[in-house]
Design a protein around this ligand. Sequence first.
Ligand code: PMP
Ligand code: GLN
Length: 382
Amino acid sequence: TSDVLAGFGTTIFEVMSKLAIEHQAINLGQGFPDEDGPADIRHLAAKSVEEGPNQYPPMMGVPELRQAVADHDRRFYGLNVDWQTDVLVTSGATESLAACMLGLINPGDEVVLFEPLYDCYLPMIKLAGGIPKFVRLDPPNWEIDEEKLRAAFSDKTKLILMNSPMNPTGKVFTREELELIAELSIKHDTYAICDEVYEHIVFGQKEHLSLMTLPGMRERTARIASAGKTFSLTGWKVGYLTAAADLTARIAKAHQFLTFTTAPNLQRAVAYGLAKDDAFYNDLKSSMEAKRDRFRNGLQRIGFTTADCDGTYFINADISSIGFDGTDEEFCRLITTEAGVAAVPCSAFYQSEGARTNFARFCFSKRDEVLDAAIEKLQDFF
Ligand code: PMP
Ligand code: GLN
């Protein structure tokens, strides 16, 4: 193992999913929906596999999908995107993230990150030789401490990597917060990589704002999204990135040596999906919001207090609120093996020394009867 990777264990998603399978627990750990996305998108992909072509598509992505991403970004964010130069298709958002880190970071460059952070961020930064500067957010409100964020930036900062709506917190960054990030990115002349895979899963009055739309940010921001979340097709691993032409070219330089391309048939089907009408996007939002409410109400009936959740399909429950005094890792193992419900400890998403939480993350993108069964099992156990 390389020295960098020797510092990391097996990803928490794999660990908890394996434990869930062993104990036949309802898996609310790893984040994925239990129903596949739209049948018409899947049929189109199947037809495209049958009819072909099935050979390498262009390195930047099939033209239909790059056009659809440009149209999507204009439709939802008013962005003016040239599909030929400003869009890159990758194998999931994960590969976009890797290509950004490997394509932009030099050894010794600093990277500003919010904790808790999605699990692939830190290893990717370290593999690229970057030095993480963490800004910690805490439950239950996940508020940004402005002074800490200011202090994290320096003349060595190459980029800020952020995620809104944010996994695992369910936080949706406000305009004021994004303005602060923009101010600091501009002042220190950094890039901003914004992971927006949950862009269409935002609840209530909250609105997802794309960092790229703020003044001065169009040239320095890369916006990353994924068909996995928007179409509940996580296994397809079709992601897409929007950035200014010169920034896209730098990122594509890494992408060409990582995967080079992504299955063309899936790309064509996703292109069709992105053009779906407002009813589709509204329904995604309202059905996930109803699931959040259903599951949160269930947790509260058991006696858990929950952290704020304005987006994504994750909610964090305070394990101390029902009198559990062990760690969140112990809690998640216990409920997986004894109650038959798997969750992921929120502490697994904190990397800086000593950072811990009393929170367990539950994924609620499941059928109602599965959510109800999970609540029943937890209720019986506690
Ligand atoms: N970023 C975040 C915040 C995620 O939650 C996920 C997936 N769960 C990804 C990136 C990876 O997306 P993909 O599966 O498209 O690689
Ligand atoms: N993004 C998913 C989660 O947060 C998991 C993806 C994965 O297993 N790598 O649970």
